[in-house]
Design a protein around this ligand. Structure first.
Ligand SMILES: Nc1ncnc2c1ncn2[C@@H]1O[C@H](COP(=O)(O)OP(=O)(O)OP(=O)(O)O)[C@@H](O)[C@H]1O
Ligand SMILES: [Mg+2]
Length: 495
């Protein structure tokens, strides 16, 4: 097959780090080439260069055999290179069709665009309503819009930066089908993911990056998951975490008959009841979109409760403010770290400092920086300095900032939503150990995660959420019978 794209000797330096140190990468027509590597390895940076968001310090890009100068996403798209970024870029107040229209010549009517969107959506199996406003869409739907937009613009190279990190298993299936279709059309796909099983399933070739250098590029048939994990971290990875028997104490959190609405005004929580005790991790399994996010938000105080009560250590906190709950010891690791958990433009130090209980007292910047340096060291946050805006950190390191900040509050209750999403295996182990440590020190942990292995690995008890209710509980034993039981409950069967 023809090589469409070659990147040679790419070097990119940021203040304090060499993000890419002479990287070679190429892509053939109709091929899926996966890019793998630990948090901060340089994957997003390499793709940002290809998409014209960053300029390489050294190296060259050849596209269709010719030297290419890509100095903006506009250039890239015109040539046929499109990227769905790790954090989306659609205009929330516009409709789907209007968002696509932004990239199309002005003479095309929105109605025509909407019609073509429907055709593309049909062909690739990427279901979406062209007239829906983007803010009303789920993340999975927004991602479909981003992909459709690229296909609409005729992209021959599609870059997907951790697309499945925000998808349900079903949405991942349909994305993979769309990728197969793209391959059939000769479109090359660059696929970034931390999920080794996905990489093994969908890719034709895999390139592993480590600290800005290529560890190797291999065809899939010469690889397996263990070998990939070894290439990535340079050591054998044990994903099974060790933990002692739980010693559950008093009830810390009690949710009683809570009803709440989703952003779209649909019923999201339907009289949900649950309790979490001191020293235990309650894992909630479920297909995404069954009220997990809303449950976390009502407990954190970010979403209104229609009816029902929330008790924290026997105190009714249903009507209490977010700040009140923070001060009482409720930590929240939300799903959307860039939008909710962090202030992207503030520095790493400021973000680490945001929730300090004693921040009423006057602190000098020097002190804030010293505290930040201490946390950066203890939580192994990779950043050139505490003084850079947090938005410049890699996805995994942003999550470490959130975790460092929340865990420093010595919380009595931790609500963790997809806490390892987008993290590499080493950081994932780290988060697991941190949650277990907090639990051993007496915290109650409510874990909402999409990945079953995460639920099995961490939880002391497992509840299953379906359409805003807990349909049943089970043990975290990963036996075939228990997995089947959870699967049935996730599909709404009460056992
Ligand atoms: N705009 C920037 N300014 C300063 N440093 C940056 C910037 N963008 C990236 N970096 C640094 O470059 C390195 C590579 O980051 P990059 O985002 O490419 O990693 P990644 O492999 O995509 O990681 P992840 O899996 O966490 O998304 C990191 O050390 C990061 O902090
Ligand atoms: Mg990245």
């Amino acid at each position: 097959m023809k090589t469409v794209l070659e990147m040679k000797g790419i070097v990119k330096r940021f203040p304090g780090v060499v993000a890419l140190d002479g990287v070679d990468f190429d892509l053939k027509e109709g091929e899926v080439h996966a890019l793998l590597g630990e948090n901060g390895a340089g994957k997003t940076t390499l793709m940002n260069i290809l998409f014209g968001l960053y300029k390489a310090d050294e190296g060259e890009i050849r596209y269709m055999g010719k030297r290419a100068h890509i100095s903006s996403p506009h250039d890239a798209l015109r040539m046929g290179i499109g990227m769905v970024q790790q954090h989306f870029t659609l205009v929330p107040s516009f409709t789907v069709a209007e968002n696509v229209a932004l990239g199309v010549k002005a003479t095309e009517s929105v109605r025509n665009i909407a019609k073509k969107i429907e055709e593309i959506a049909d062909f690739y199996g990427l279901e979406v309503d062209p007239y829906a406003k983007v803010w009303q869409l789920s993340v999975g739907e927004r991602q479909r819009v981003e992909i459709i937009k690229l296909l609409y613009l005729g992209a021959r190279v599609v870059i997907l930066d951790e697309p499945t990190a925000v998808l349900t298993p079903q949405e991942t299936r349909s994305l993979f089908k769309a990728i197969e279709k793209m391959k059939g059309e000769g479109t090359g796909v660059i696929f970034i993911s931390h999920k080794l099983n996905e990489v093994m399933e969908i890719s034709d070739r895999v390139t592993v990056l480590k600290k800005g250098k290529v560890v190797g590029t291999l065809p899939r048939n010469e690889l397996d998951e263990r070998k990939l994990a070894r290439m990535m971290v340079g050591r054998e990875v044990v994903m099974k975490v060790e933990k002692s028997q739980p010693k559950p104490g008093e009830v810390v959190l009690s949710v009683e008959g809570v009803h709440a609405l989703s952003d779209k005004g649909h019923k999201a929580l339907n009289g949900i009841d649950l309790q979490v005790r001191e020293g235990e991790i309650l894992g909630i399994a479920g297909v995404a979109g069954n009220g997990q996010r809303e449950l976390a938000e009502v407990i954190a105080g970010l979403r209104e409760v229609e009816s029902g009560k929330i008790y924290f250590l026997d105190e009714d906190i249903t009507e209490r403010s977010v700040l009140y709950r923070v001060l009482k010891g409720i930590a929240y690791i939300p799903q959307d770290r860039k939008g909710v958990a962090l202030s992207p433009n503030l520095t790493v130090a400021e973000n680490l400092f945001l929730k300090r209980k004693d921040r009423k007292v006057w602190f000098s910047y020097d002190e804030i920086f010293r505290m930040a340096e201490n946390l950066i060291e203890r939580y192994d946050i990779k950043t050139p300095s505490p003084a850079i805006p947090v938005k410049y950190l890699s996805g995994g390191n942003m999550q470490k900032v959130v975790i460092a900040r929340e865990f420093e509050l010595s919380p009595k209750l931790i609500i963790a939503v997809h806490p390892t999403r987008g993290l590499d295996v080493a950081s994932m182990e780290y988060v697991y150990r941190s949650l277990i440590k907090a639990r051993d020190e007496g915290a109650a942990v409510l874990l909402l995660a999409g990945e079953l292995y995460e639920i099995f690995n961490l939880s002391d008890r497992v509840g299953v959420i379906y359409e805003g209710e807990i349909v049943g509980y089970t043990s975290p034993e990963p036996t075939p019978e228990n997995i089947e039981k959870i699967g049935l409950m996730m599909a709404g069967v009460r056992i």
